[in-house]
Design a protein around this ligand. Sequence first.
Ligand code: URA
Length: 230
Amino acid sequence: MRLDRFLSNFERFNRQQVRLALIAGRVQVDGSVVRDPLHAVSEFSEVRLDQALLQAGYPARYLMLHKPPGCVSATQDPQHRTVLDLLEVPDKHQLHIAGRLDFNTTGLMILTNDGQWSRRLTQPATKLPKVYLVETEQVIEPHYIETFAKGIYFAFEDLTTLPAHLDILGPRLARLSIVEGRYHQVKRMFGHFQNKVLTLHRERMGALMLDDSLQPGQYRSLSAEEIGLV
Ligand code: URA
């Protein structure tokens, strides 16, 4: 159905009000502002006016997956298995990944069909801490702590990384908390010291912790409380 017709079905809006609301950017479909009156909406669409929910759409899904190594953080890949291949849930192709991980990175991955919610997890302005357990080839020296806290210059993007917190847990083991999600960020930060990352595991995204009872490849729905933490 056309978005303007959908909105006109609500008794409180006449056609003029619908037109003005659309022009003013007050209407969101699946988390994005839509001004086009012809935009198609279905029973799967989440429709909001001024953030107020007009239609919840298809049941929202929020999954926590323990990503195994050797699997692509994408919904489709011609060569490798993807995280979606691990899921046995209806309509899994409506899900998207909130914060990708590299092919061999393991740990916490969130999949959802709620774009507005996942944006809060991933948009840079949120500065959500992402916590990784990192194993490296060379010894992690104490001076890394200060360098990571000051930020590291990434020439390709011409930017300096935001302050990151490093806890050294062993000669080649550390826990790193970063508030951005730059391309290969953790590997490049250790790469600054020519120290290769051997294994990388995401333990936490903000208040969402990987459930210890999930084995690699396993997943579960988030609880209402966990959804509310974001
Ligand atoms: N940083 C990386 O280098 N790789 C990841 O998968 C996540 C963060």
